[in-house]
Design a protein around this ligand. Structure first.
Ligand code: ADP
Ligand code: ASP
Ligand code: MG
Length: 439
Protein backbone atom coordinates (compact mmCIF):
# COMPACT_ATOMS: atom_id res chain seq x y z
CA UNK A 1 0.00 0.00 0.00
CA UNK A 2 1.21 3.51 -0.76
CA UNK A 3 1.62 6.21 1.83
CA UNK A 4 0.51 9.83 1.79
CA UNK A 5 1.47 12.63 4.14
CA UNK A 6 -1.01 15.48 4.51
CA UNK A 7 -0.59 18.95 5.95
CA UNK A 8 -3.58 21.11 6.79
CA UNK A 9 -3.07 24.86 7.15
CA UNK A 10 -4.66 27.25 9.64
CA UNK A 11 -7.90 27.85 7.76
CA UNK A 12 -8.45 24.07 7.49
CA UNK A 13 -8.49 23.72 11.29
CA UNK A 14 -10.22 27.03 12.04
CA UNK A 15 -13.50 25.54 13.26
CA UNK A 16 -15.49 22.33 13.65
CA UNK A 17 -16.90 22.49 10.12
CA UNK A 18 -13.37 22.63 8.70
CA UNK A 19 -12.22 19.73 10.87
CA UNK A 20 -15.08 17.62 9.60
CA UNK A 21 -13.86 18.30 6.05
CA UNK A 22 -10.41 17.10 7.12
CA UNK A 23 -11.90 13.91 8.48
CA UNK A 24 -13.74 13.24 5.21
CA UNK A 25 -10.56 13.86 3.20
CA UNK A 26 -8.40 11.64 5.42
CA UNK A 27 -10.95 8.83 5.52
CA UNK A 28 -11.50 8.90 1.77
CA UNK A 29 -8.12 7.24 1.22
CA UNK A 30 -6.51 4.61 3.52
CA UNK A 31 -3.08 5.68 2.24
CA UNK A 32 -3.47 9.02 4.06
CA UNK A 33 -1.65 7.92 7.20
CA UNK A 34 0.29 10.86 8.58
CA UNK A 35 -1.33 14.24 9.11
CA UNK A 36 0.43 17.48 10.09
CA UNK A 37 -1.70 20.36 11.35
CA UNK A 38 -1.27 24.09 11.89
CA UNK A 39 -2.82 26.12 14.67
CA UNK A 40 -6.38 27.34 14.02
CA UNK A 41 -6.33 30.29 11.61
CA UNK A 42 -8.91 32.90 10.71
CA UNK A 43 -12.57 31.88 10.34
CA UNK A 44 -13.34 35.13 8.49
CA UNK A 45 -11.29 38.12 7.39
CA UNK A 46 -11.53 40.08 10.65
CA UNK A 47 -10.77 37.06 12.86
CA UNK A 48 -7.45 36.39 14.65
CA UNK A 49 -5.04 33.54 14.06
CA UNK A 50 -4.26 31.57 17.22
CA UNK A 51 -0.50 31.95 16.56
CA UNK A 52 -0.81 35.75 16.44
CA UNK A 53 -2.75 35.69 19.71
CA UNK A 54 -0.06 33.52 21.31
CA UNK A 55 2.66 36.00 20.29
CA UNK A 56 0.54 38.73 21.81
CA UNK A 57 0.10 36.68 24.99
CA UNK A 58 3.86 36.46 25.37
CA UNK A 59 4.22 40.22 24.81
CA UNK A 60 1.60 40.93 27.48
CA UNK A 61 3.18 38.52 29.95
CA UNK A 62 6.58 40.18 29.43
CA UNK A 63 5.10 43.63 30.06
CA UNK A 64 3.20 42.42 33.15
CA UNK A 65 -0.11 43.23 31.42
CA UNK A 66 -2.86 40.87 32.69
CA UNK A 67 -3.31 38.18 30.05
CA UNK A 68 -6.06 36.03 31.58
CA UNK A 69 -8.76 37.16 29.21
CA UNK A 70 -6.54 36.62 26.14
CA UNK A 71 -5.66 33.16 27.45
CA UNK A 72 -9.36 32.37 27.80
CA UNK A 73 -10.06 33.62 24.26
CA UNK A 74 -7.37 31.28 22.91
CA UNK A 75 -8.66 28.38 24.99
CA UNK A 76 -12.18 29.19 23.76
CA UNK A 77 -11.09 28.68 20.14
CA UNK A 78 -10.28 25.05 20.97
CA UNK A 79 -13.11 24.29 23.38
CA UNK A 80 -15.71 25.56 20.92
CA UNK A 81 -14.31 23.22 18.25
CA UNK A 82 -14.27 20.27 20.65
CA UNK A 83 -17.83 21.05 21.83
CA UNK A 84 -19.18 21.51 18.31
CA UNK A 85 -17.62 18.22 17.23
CA UNK A 86 -19.02 16.57 20.36
CA UNK A 87 -15.74 14.80 21.09
CA UNK A 88 -13.82 14.18 24.28
CA UNK A 89 -10.12 15.02 24.24
CA UNK A 90 -8.46 13.27 27.17
CA UNK A 91 -6.83 15.67 29.68
CA UNK A 92 -7.45 18.68 27.44
CA UNK A 93 -8.10 21.00 30.40
CA UNK A 94 -4.96 19.86 32.15
CA UNK A 95 -2.89 20.74 29.05
CA UNK A 96 -4.19 24.32 29.18
CA UNK A 97 -3.45 24.51 32.93
CA UNK A 98 0.10 23.38 32.29
CA UNK A 99 0.58 25.98 29.55
CA UNK A 100 -0.89 28.74 31.72
CA UNK A 101 1.48 27.79 34.51
CA UNK A 102 4.48 27.79 32.16
CA UNK A 103 3.55 31.23 30.80
CA UNK A 104 3.46 32.46 34.41
CA UNK A 105 6.95 31.06 34.95
CA UNK A 106 8.35 33.05 32.00
CA UNK A 107 8.23 30.41 29.25
CA UNK A 108 9.98 31.37 25.99
CA UNK A 109 8.30 33.04 23.01
CA UNK A 110 8.92 29.94 20.88
CA UNK A 111 7.35 27.62 23.46
CA UNK A 112 4.25 29.79 23.76
CA UNK A 113 3.89 30.21 19.97
CA UNK A 114 4.26 26.46 19.44
CA UNK A 115 1.34 25.61 21.72
CA UNK A 116 -1.09 26.54 18.93
CA UNK A 117 0.04 23.58 16.84
CA UNK A 118 0.54 21.33 19.89
CA UNK A 119 -3.09 21.71 21.02
CA UNK A 120 -4.37 21.54 17.46
CA UNK A 121 -2.64 18.20 16.85
CA UNK A 122 -3.86 16.70 20.13
CA UNK A 123 -7.41 17.73 19.24
CA UNK A 124 -7.24 16.48 15.64
CA UNK A 125 -5.68 13.16 16.73
CA UNK A 126 -8.56 12.56 19.15
CA UNK A 127 -11.10 13.41 16.46
CA UNK A 128 -9.54 11.23 13.77
CA UNK A 129 -8.70 8.39 16.17
CA UNK A 130 -5.01 8.66 15.19
CA UNK A 131 -1.98 8.65 17.53
CA UNK A 132 -0.61 12.03 18.61
CA UNK A 133 3.12 12.21 17.94
CA UNK A 134 4.82 15.30 19.37
CA UNK A 135 7.58 16.74 17.18
CA UNK A 136 9.42 18.50 19.98
CA UNK A 137 12.04 15.78 20.37
CA UNK A 138 12.00 14.70 16.72
CA UNK A 139 12.72 17.89 14.76
CA UNK A 140 16.10 19.26 15.82
CA UNK A 141 17.81 22.62 15.43
CA UNK A 142 21.36 23.77 16.18
CA UNK A 143 21.93 26.52 18.72
CA UNK A 144 21.46 29.18 16.00
CA UNK A 145 18.06 27.82 15.03
CA UNK A 146 19.17 26.05 11.83
CA UNK A 147 17.46 22.78 11.09
CA UNK A 148 19.59 19.66 11.64
CA UNK A 149 18.37 17.76 8.68
CA UNK A 150 19.95 14.30 9.08
CA UNK A 151 19.31 14.04 12.82
CA UNK A 152 15.70 15.08 12.25
CA UNK A 153 15.21 12.57 9.47
CA UNK A 154 16.54 9.71 11.61
CA UNK A 155 14.51 10.61 14.69
CA UNK A 156 11.31 11.14 12.73
CA UNK A 157 11.57 7.91 10.72
CA UNK A 158 12.29 5.84 13.81
CA UNK A 159 9.24 7.28 15.58
CA UNK A 160 6.87 7.05 12.61
CA UNK A 161 7.74 3.37 12.22
CA UNK A 162 6.00 2.81 15.57
CA UNK A 163 2.72 4.38 14.42
CA UNK A 164 0.38 3.11 11.75
CA UNK A 165 -1.48 6.44 11.65
CA UNK A 166 -0.60 9.68 13.42
CA UNK A 167 -1.25 13.40 13.71
CA UNK A 168 1.80 15.62 14.24
CA UNK A 169 1.97 19.33 15.11
CA UNK A 170 3.59 21.62 12.54
CA UNK A 171 5.86 24.62 13.08
CA UNK A 172 8.23 23.50 15.86
CA UNK A 173 10.92 21.18 17.17
CA UNK A 174 13.67 21.78 19.69
CA UNK A 175 17.30 22.76 20.10
CA UNK A 176 19.72 19.83 20.03
CA UNK A 177 21.72 21.10 23.01
CA UNK A 178 18.96 21.76 25.55
CA UNK A 179 15.71 20.30 24.20
CA UNK A 180 13.87 23.63 24.45
CA UNK A 181 11.26 24.47 21.83
CA UNK A 182 12.44 26.17 18.64
CA UNK A 183 10.02 27.28 15.90
CA UNK A 184 10.44 27.69 12.16
CA UNK A 185 9.68 31.07 10.64
CA UNK A 186 6.00 31.93 10.06
CA UNK A 187 4.13 29.44 7.91
CA UNK A 188 6.61 26.75 8.93
CA UNK A 189 4.11 23.91 9.27
CA UNK A 190 4.65 23.42 5.53
CA UNK A 191 8.27 22.54 6.34
CA UNK A 192 7.20 20.05 9.02
CA UNK A 193 4.92 18.35 6.47
CA UNK A 194 7.77 18.05 4.01
CA UNK A 195 10.12 16.61 6.66
CA UNK A 196 7.49 14.06 7.68
CA UNK A 197 6.93 13.11 4.04
CA UNK A 198 10.64 12.46 3.59
CA UNK A 199 11.02 10.57 6.86
CA UNK A 200 8.00 8.39 6.06
CA UNK A 201 9.24 7.83 2.51
CA UNK A 202 5.85 8.99 1.28
CA UNK A 203 4.62 8.65 -2.27
CA UNK A 204 3.18 12.14 -2.15
CA UNK A 205 3.05 15.18 0.14
CA UNK A 206 -0.43 16.72 0.02
CA UNK A 207 -0.50 20.31 1.26
CA UNK A 208 -4.13 21.26 1.96
CA UNK A 209 -4.98 24.95 2.11
CA UNK A 210 -7.72 27.42 1.12
CA UNK A 211 -6.96 27.79 -2.61
CA UNK A 212 -7.12 25.17 -5.35
CA UNK A 213 -3.37 25.21 -5.84
CA UNK A 214 -0.88 27.78 -6.83
CA UNK A 215 -2.04 30.52 -9.16
CA UNK A 216 0.17 32.25 -11.71
CA UNK A 217 0.06 35.44 -9.63
CA UNK A 218 -1.16 36.59 -6.25
CA UNK A 219 -4.99 36.69 -6.51
CA UNK A 220 -5.01 39.79 -4.31
CA UNK A 221 -3.15 41.68 -7.07
CA UNK A 222 -4.15 40.06 -10.36
CA UNK A 223 -7.80 39.34 -11.05
CA UNK A 224 -8.51 35.62 -11.58
CA UNK A 225 -5.00 34.48 -12.43
CA UNK A 226 -4.75 31.12 -14.17
CA UNK A 227 -4.04 28.11 -11.96
CA UNK A 228 -0.69 26.35 -12.27
CA UNK A 229 -1.38 22.67 -12.89
CA UNK A 230 2.20 21.48 -12.74
CA UNK A 231 5.46 23.16 -11.87
CA UNK A 232 9.04 22.12 -11.08
CA UNK A 233 10.51 22.31 -7.58
CA UNK A 234 13.01 25.04 -8.54
CA UNK A 235 10.36 27.27 -10.08
CA UNK A 236 8.12 26.85 -7.07
CA UNK A 237 10.94 27.67 -4.70
CA UNK A 238 11.73 30.87 -6.61
CA UNK A 239 8.06 31.89 -6.51
CA UNK A 240 7.57 31.11 -2.84
CA UNK A 241 10.81 32.84 -1.90
CA UNK A 242 9.63 35.93 -3.76
CA UNK A 243 6.33 36.12 -1.93
CA UNK A 244 3.88 33.59 -3.36
CA UNK A 245 2.95 32.67 0.16
CA UNK A 246 1.05 29.46 -0.57
CA UNK A 247 3.95 27.22 0.44
CA UNK A 248 6.83 28.11 2.79
CA UNK A 249 10.03 28.53 0.74
CA UNK A 250 11.90 25.92 2.79
CA UNK A 251 9.20 23.28 2.33
CA UNK A 252 10.44 22.32 -1.11
CA UNK A 253 13.87 21.03 -0.14
CA UNK A 254 13.12 17.89 1.96
CA UNK A 255 10.48 16.55 -0.45
CA UNK A 256 12.67 17.29 -3.44
CA UNK A 257 15.62 15.38 -1.95
CA UNK A 258 13.56 12.22 -2.11
CA UNK A 259 11.73 13.12 -5.30
CA UNK A 260 8.41 13.21 -3.46
CA UNK A 261 5.86 15.20 -5.48
CA UNK A 262 4.00 17.92 -3.60
CA UNK A 263 0.33 18.43 -4.35
CA UNK A 264 -1.28 21.70 -3.20
CA UNK A 265 -4.99 21.10 -2.64
CA UNK A 266 -8.07 22.94 -1.41
CA UNK A 267 -9.79 21.64 1.75
CA UNK A 268 -12.95 23.46 0.64
CA UNK A 269 -12.91 21.91 -2.85
CA UNK A 270 -11.27 18.50 -2.39
CA UNK A 271 -12.24 17.32 -5.86
CA UNK A 272 -10.04 19.99 -7.53
CA UNK A 273 -6.70 18.54 -8.67
CA UNK A 274 -4.69 21.53 -7.39
CA UNK A 275 -1.04 22.09 -8.29
CA UNK A 276 1.46 19.27 -8.65
CA UNK A 277 5.11 20.05 -7.99
CA UNK A 278 7.43 17.53 -9.57
CA UNK A 279 10.67 17.22 -11.52
CA UNK A 280 9.17 15.05 -14.17
CA UNK A 281 9.78 17.15 -17.29
CA UNK A 282 7.16 15.24 -19.37
CA UNK A 283 4.49 16.15 -16.87
CA UNK A 284 5.17 19.87 -16.85
CA UNK A 285 3.30 22.68 -18.60
CA UNK A 286 4.69 24.26 -21.76
CA UNK A 287 4.16 27.93 -21.01
CA UNK A 288 7.16 30.31 -21.23
CA UNK A 289 6.50 31.65 -17.78
CA UNK A 290 5.17 29.60 -14.89
CA UNK A 291 4.32 32.39 -12.50
CA UNK A 292 4.96 35.87 -11.11
CA UNK A 293 5.57 36.79 -7.49
CA UNK A 294 6.99 39.74 -5.66
CA UNK A 295 7.55 41.66 -2.49
CA UNK A 296 6.84 45.37 -2.29
CA UNK A 297 9.25 46.54 0.36
CA UNK A 298 12.99 46.58 -0.21
CA UNK A 299 15.64 49.08 0.76
CA UNK A 300 18.48 49.71 -1.67
CA UNK A 301 21.85 50.81 -0.37
CA UNK A 302 23.99 52.07 -3.27
CA UNK A 303 27.70 52.64 -2.93
CA UNK A 304 29.63 54.74 -5.45
CA UNK A 305 33.41 54.91 -5.74
CA UNK A 306 35.54 55.89 -8.64
CA UNK A 307 37.62 52.93 -9.93
CA UNK A 308 35.79 50.54 -7.62
CA UNK A 309 36.33 47.72 -10.11
CA UNK A 310 40.11 47.93 -9.59
CA UNK A 311 39.91 47.70 -5.80
CA UNK A 312 40.39 44.07 -4.86
CA UNK A 313 38.13 42.85 -2.06
CA UNK A 314 35.66 45.76 -2.30
CA UNK A 315 32.54 43.62 -2.66
CA UNK A 316 33.74 41.23 0.02
CA UNK A 317 34.21 44.08 2.50
CA UNK A 318 30.80 45.50 1.68
CA UNK A 319 29.18 42.12 2.26
CA UNK A 320 31.14 41.58 5.47
CA UNK A 321 29.54 44.72 6.88
CA UNK A 322 26.01 43.49 6.38
CA UNK A 323 26.97 39.99 7.51
CA UNK A 324 28.27 41.39 10.78
CA UNK A 325 24.97 43.22 11.24
CA UNK A 326 23.18 39.87 10.86
CA UNK A 327 21.39 41.04 7.71
CA UNK A 328 21.03 39.07 4.48
CA UNK A 329 20.72 40.61 1.04
CA UNK A 330 18.61 39.56 -1.93
CA UNK A 331 20.47 41.03 -4.90
CA UNK A 332 23.67 42.95 -5.49
CA UNK A 333 23.74 44.35 -9.02
CA UNK A 334 27.08 46.05 -9.76
CA UNK A 335 28.37 48.62 -12.21
CA UNK A 336 31.99 49.61 -12.85
CA UNK A 337 31.96 52.27 -10.16
CA UNK A 338 28.89 51.33 -8.17
CA UNK A 339 27.32 48.54 -6.20
CA UNK A 340 23.79 48.28 -4.88
CA UNK A 341 22.49 46.00 -2.18
CA UNK A 342 18.80 45.10 -2.23
CA UNK A 343 17.73 44.20 1.29
CA UNK A 344 14.24 43.43 2.60
CA UNK A 345 13.31 46.50 4.65
CA UNK A 346 12.07 44.30 7.49
CA UNK A 347 15.63 42.91 7.85
CA UNK A 348 17.08 46.32 8.56
CA UNK A 349 14.87 47.57 11.39
CA UNK A 350 17.12 49.79 13.52
CA UNK A 351 20.38 48.57 11.96
CA UNK A 352 20.57 50.90 8.96
CA UNK A 353 22.54 53.74 10.57
CA UNK A 354 25.20 51.40 11.93
CA UNK A 355 25.52 49.70 8.56
CA UNK A 356 26.04 53.02 6.74
CA UNK A 357 28.63 54.08 9.28
CA UNK A 358 30.51 50.78 8.92
CA UNK A 359 30.36 50.96 5.09
CA UNK A 360 31.84 54.48 5.20
CA UNK A 361 34.63 53.30 7.50
CA UNK A 362 35.45 50.10 5.63
CA UNK A 363 35.12 51.27 2.03
CA UNK A 364 35.79 55.02 2.02
CA UNK A 365 33.27 55.46 -0.83
CA UNK A 366 32.62 58.69 -2.74
CA UNK A 367 28.94 58.46 -1.92
CA UNK A 368 26.35 56.21 -0.34
CA UNK A 369 22.65 56.57 -1.04
CA UNK A 370 19.70 54.82 0.53
CA UNK A 371 16.33 54.38 -1.11
CA UNK A 372 13.31 52.85 0.55
CA UNK A 373 10.13 51.45 -0.89
CA UNK A 374 11.44 49.50 -3.82
CA UNK A 375 9.40 46.51 -4.97
CA UNK A 376 10.92 43.41 -6.55
CA UNK A 377 9.00 41.21 -8.95
CA UNK A 378 10.21 37.78 -10.03
CA UNK A 379 9.04 36.41 -13.35
CA UNK A 380 9.72 32.69 -13.19
CA UNK A 381 9.70 30.01 -15.87
CA UNK A 382 12.06 27.21 -16.75
CA UNK A 383 11.18 27.63 -20.43
CA UNK A 384 12.72 31.12 -20.43
CA UNK A 385 16.06 29.35 -20.58
CA UNK A 386 15.69 28.43 -24.19
CA UNK A 387 13.56 31.28 -25.35
CA UNK A 388 14.86 34.62 -26.52
CA UNK A 389 13.14 37.80 -25.52
CA UNK A 390 11.47 37.23 -22.13
CA UNK A 391 13.43 40.11 -20.54
CA UNK A 392 12.78 42.29 -23.60
CA UNK A 393 9.08 41.63 -23.29
CA UNK A 394 9.06 42.55 -19.61
CA UNK A 395 10.87 45.81 -20.39
CA UNK A 396 8.55 46.70 -23.22
CA UNK A 397 5.29 46.10 -21.33
CA UNK A 398 6.58 48.16 -18.43
CA UNK A 399 7.69 50.96 -20.77
CA UNK A 400 4.34 50.94 -22.58
CA UNK A 401 2.65 51.46 -19.24
CA UNK A 402 4.99 54.24 -18.15
CA UNK A 403 6.56 52.19 -15.35
CA UNK A 404 10.19 52.95 -14.65
CA UNK A 405 12.50 49.96 -14.14
CA UNK A 406 14.91 50.49 -11.24
CA UNK A 407 16.77 47.22 -11.66
CA UNK A 408 16.72 44.22 -13.97
CA UNK A 409 18.50 41.03 -13.09
CA UNK A 410 18.45 37.58 -14.55
CA UNK A 411 19.37 34.68 -12.25
CA UNK A 412 22.29 32.58 -13.55
CA UNK A 413 20.03 29.55 -13.74
CA UNK A 414 18.04 31.61 -16.26
CA UNK A 415 14.72 30.56 -14.84
CA UNK A 416 13.89 33.95 -13.41
CA UNK A 417 14.07 37.61 -14.27
CA UNK A 418 13.86 40.03 -11.36
CA UNK A 419 12.56 43.53 -11.92
CA UNK A 420 12.85 46.34 -9.39
CA UNK A 421 10.22 49.10 -9.45
CA UNK A 422 9.03 51.83 -7.09
CA UNK A 423 6.75 50.39 -4.42
CA UNK A 424 3.91 52.55 -5.76
CA UNK A 425 4.21 50.82 -9.15
CA UNK A 426 4.48 47.33 -7.67
CA UNK A 427 0.91 46.11 -8.13
CA UNK A 428 0.42 47.72 -11.52
CA UNK A 429 3.74 46.30 -12.78
CA UNK A 430 2.71 42.81 -11.64
CA UNK A 431 -0.60 43.17 -13.48
CA UNK A 432 0.87 44.39 -16.78
CA UNK A 433 3.61 41.74 -16.81
CA UNK A 434 0.95 39.09 -16.21
CA UNK A 435 -1.21 40.48 -19.01
CA UNK A 436 1.82 40.71 -21.28
CA UNK A 437 2.60 37.01 -20.98
CA UNK A 438 -0.76 35.44 -20.31
CA UNK A 439 -3.17 37.87 -21.94
P1 ADP B 1 -2.26 27.93 5.03
O1 ADP B 1 -2.74 28.58 6.28
O2 ADP B 1 -3.15 26.83 4.56
O3 ADP B 1 -0.83 27.51 5.14
P2 ADP B 1 -1.55 30.32 3.53
O4 ADP B 1 -2.36 31.51 3.92
O5 ADP B 1 -0.19 30.21 4.09
O6 ADP B 1 -2.41 29.01 3.87
O7 ADP B 1 -1.45 30.24 1.93
C1 ADP B 1 -2.59 30.30 1.09
C2 ADP B 1 -2.82 31.76 0.62
O8 ADP B 1 -1.74 32.20 -0.22
C3 ADP B 1 -4.02 31.93 -0.28
O9 ADP B 1 -5.20 32.10 0.48
C4 ADP B 1 -3.67 33.20 -1.11
O10 ADP B 1 -4.28 34.34 -0.56
C5 ADP B 1 -2.17 33.37 -0.93
N1 ADP B 1 -1.42 33.46 -2.21
C6 ADP B 1 -0.40 34.32 -2.48
N2 ADP B 1 0.11 34.13 -3.70
C7 ADP B 1 -0.59 33.12 -4.26
C8 ADP B 1 -0.54 32.44 -5.52
N3 ADP B 1 0.36 32.75 -6.45
N4 ADP B 1 -1.41 31.43 -5.72
C9 ADP B 1 -2.33 31.08 -4.80
N5 ADP B 1 -2.44 31.69 -3.59
C10 ADP B 1 -1.59 32.70 -3.31
N1 ASP C 1 0.82 28.72 12.89
C1 ASP C 1 2.09 29.15 12.34
C2 ASP C 1 1.95 30.51 11.69
O1 ASP C 1 0.89 31.10 11.74
C3 ASP C 1 2.68 28.12 11.42
C4 ASP C 1 1.85 27.78 10.22
O2 ASP C 1 0.65 28.09 10.17
O3 ASP C 1 2.38 27.14 9.31
O4 ASP C 1 2.90 31.01 11.16
MG1 MG D 1 0.91 28.66 5.01
Amino acid sequence: MGLKVLKFGGSSVADAAQLSKIKAIVEADPERRYVVVSAPGKRHSSDNKVTDMLFMLKAQADEFIPYDSLFETIKGRYTSIVDDLGIDVPDFDARFDEIRENVGKGASKAYIASRGEYLSAIMAAAYLGYDFVDTQDLIKFDSRGRLLFDETNELLSAELAKHERAVLPGFYGSYMNNGEVCVFSRGGSDVTGSLVARAANADIYENWTDVSGMLMADPRIVKDPLPIKKISYVELRELSYMGASVLHEDAVFPARMSDIPINIRNTNAPEDPGTLITNDEKELDDRIISGIAGKPDFTVISIYKNMMNKEIGFVRRALAVIEEAGVSFDHIPTGIDSLSMFIATSELEDKLEDIIEALNMQLRPDEISVENRIGLIAVVGRKMKRSVGAAAKICSVLAQNGINIRMLNQGTNEINVIVGVDADDFERATQVIYEGFVG
